[in-house]
Design a protein around this ligand. Structure first.
Ligand code: SF4
Length: 533
């Protein structure tokens, strides 16, 4: 079976980093790990090609070559998913869809033309799909009916289908699921609350494959909570450290974790020894009342600022997500987030307005309360430029304006340089240096032409052209003096503002357009809703 895997386009988001990718000659941040995992789960005698539409278009030859089209994507990719399904059908090809969007909303209009809906986790539903294809079925819907697969037998993804030059980082996955119960989270709906992990040998086999294929850059562990099963993470990390040390640390890592990482010194040290350079934390808000409303109790147990500082002291850069628009939230939430981020110095602080995702606890509660704005929930994807898809407990314009002001304040060029400098003054020395023998490393120690070009552009823009120039040089000298081991990363993080600055104008424009199309807010209705919160 000649199978064409398609990964639909993403709209520009906080994480799309176009300007940064341009600097380093890459097209996309991360590859479609789900699709290459699906490819590994299908019969290996099938011929396979993969086109990531974020990298390039599908060629006529590829369409003509294909006998089956497999498309997977997230909710933000649904518009292009619909376009690709329609194009495949126009060419008379059978189409199978799967992934998070299809699994959470299999009856969405965007998926109407698809012949096969392969829902939930592929380890369970792909064998049913293959059987159906081999029987000659023309359509079908396969779901796991609540069953969650053991991931210890998931094969090594077909990384060989990817064009390595197009990606800034590779992805691997160690665990699925998260033990917590945040009301807005769809991870626990899709993958459950009992984290399932691969074995250390399995993950090392995946890294080995990447290593054999010549990958030598960063790797994102796409787990939604890498430390959801701390015991198993602690079994993996020493084996990973030895594997890395034997090969001269060919990879660096980043991942996502819950804030309770900060209360486990052993775990932070182990991650630092394995060259985890960054971790994304779902902080959401410094407002304790909102965290309780959202069921994010793990973030209320100790000081969030201290948690950020403890992780930072271990040489792991904190990235964090923030949300505005929780029920009962009082005016000034945006400003409180800005002050929190400024105090802690977190360089990349992602912000968004709360969205009710299908089938989450939040979705069901708002549906019961008659507060879901159905057409918004159906029509829009989830992005940092979407208004809330439900009736909030304070005026939506107030929330949206606070959001835009906070986003612009966070990425104002002078404020950004000051914050990143403050952060890098306290960022600890990564522990992996102690295990690194440069003689074992086959990574070039000299910067490449691309690195030098990127550096020259950043220096030209931030250090010469813009009025941030004096601040830029002062900060650079200060970090060169007090934290030279982290100087290279400091420059990379400063360069990130090339993207955020542009994204500020996208956020401002798109929110203003949406606000302009809203009907005037009725003061009485607003007061009623405040009472609900
Ligand atoms: S900690 Fe993160 S992954 Fe876990 S339930 Fe909460 S939002 Fe979801």
């Amino acid at each position: 079976m000649r199978t064409l895997f398609l990964y639909p386009l993403f709209p520009p988001t906080f994480w799309s980093y176009e300007k940064i990718l341009e600097l380093v000659n890459r097209k996309v941040l991360l590859p479609p790990l789900g699709l290459v995992t699906v490819a590994a789960l299908l019969p290996q005698h099938w011929e396979m090609k993969l086109v990531d539409r974020n990298v390039r278009d599908v060629t006529t030859e590829e369409w003509e070559w294909a006998e089956l089209v497999v498309i997977s994507g997230m909710i933000v990719q649904k518009a292009d998913m619909a376009v690709q399904i329609a194009e495949a059908k126009r060419r008379g090809l059978p189409v199978a869809v799967g992934g998070p969007f299809a699994s959470s909303t299999p009856d969405a209009p965007e998926l109407e033309l698809a012949d096969f809906k392969v829902l939930d986790e592929g380890e369970i539903t792909l064998p049913q799909f293959v059987e159906a294809i081999e029987r000659g079925d023309r359509s079908g819907r396969f779901s796991a009916n609540g069953e969650k697969p053991d991931v210890t037998s998931t094969p090594v993804p077909r990384f060989d289908l990817l064009d390595f030059d197009a990606y800034d980082s590779m992805s691997v996955q160690f665990s699925r699921g998260c033990p917590f119960q945040c009301e807005f989270c769809d991870i626990i709906v899709l993958y459950g609350r009992k984290p399932r992990t691969k074995t250390p040998e399995q993950l090392l086999a995946e890294l080995n494959r990447l290593y054999e294929l010549g990958w030598r850059r960063s790797i994102f562990l796409v787990d939604d909570n890498f430390i959801g099963n701390k015991r198993n993470a602690k079994l993996l990390l020493p084996a990973l450290r030895d594997w890395l040390s034997e090969r001269g640390y060919p990879f660096s890592f980043a991942t996502e974790a819950s804030v309770d990482l900060a209360s486990d010194d052993e775990l932070m040290q182990m991650m630092s020894e394995c060259r985890f350079e960054a971790v994304f934390l779902g902080i959401e808000t410094p407002d304790e009342a909102s965290l309780s409303v959202a069921g994010k109790h793990q973030n209320t147990r100790s000081s969030l600022e201290e948690a950020v500082d403890r992780i930072t002291a271990n040489g792991i850069r904190v990235m964090a997500g923030f949300i505005i628009g929780f029920d009962g939230e009082t005016a000034g939430a945006g400003d409180r987030i800005v002050r929190f981020v400024t105090r802690t110095g977190i360089p990349a602080a992602m912000m968004g307005m709360l969205q009710a995702l299908p089938n989450t606890g939040l979705w069901h509660r708002l549906e019961k309360e008659g507060r879901l704005i159905q057409e918004k929930a159906d029509a829009r994807g989830v992005n940092q430029t979407n208004l809330l898809n439900f009736e909030p407990t304070r005026p939506i314009r107030q929330i949206a304006n606070e959001y835009v002001e906070a986003f612009c304040a966070l990425y104002e060029p002078n404020a950004y340089i000051d914050r990143v400098t403050h952060y890098y003054r306290k960022l600890g020395i990564p522990r992996w240096h102690a295990f690194h023998d440069p003689r074992r490393s086959d990574r070039p120690s000299l910067p490449t032409v691309t690195d030098l070009r990127a550096l020259a552009i950043v220096i030209w823009r931030q250090g010469i052209k813009r009025d941030t120039r004096w601040r830029f040089w002062r900060s650079l000298l200060s970090i060169a003096r007090c934290n030279p081991k982290n100087l290279e990363q400091f420059l990379v993080v400063l360069a990130h503002n090339e993207h955020f600055m542009e994204y500020r104008s996208i956020v401002t424009r798109e929110i203003a357009d949406q606000l302009a199309s809203l009907p005037p807010e009725a003061p009485a209705a607003t007061a009623d809703l405040q009472a609900v919160g």
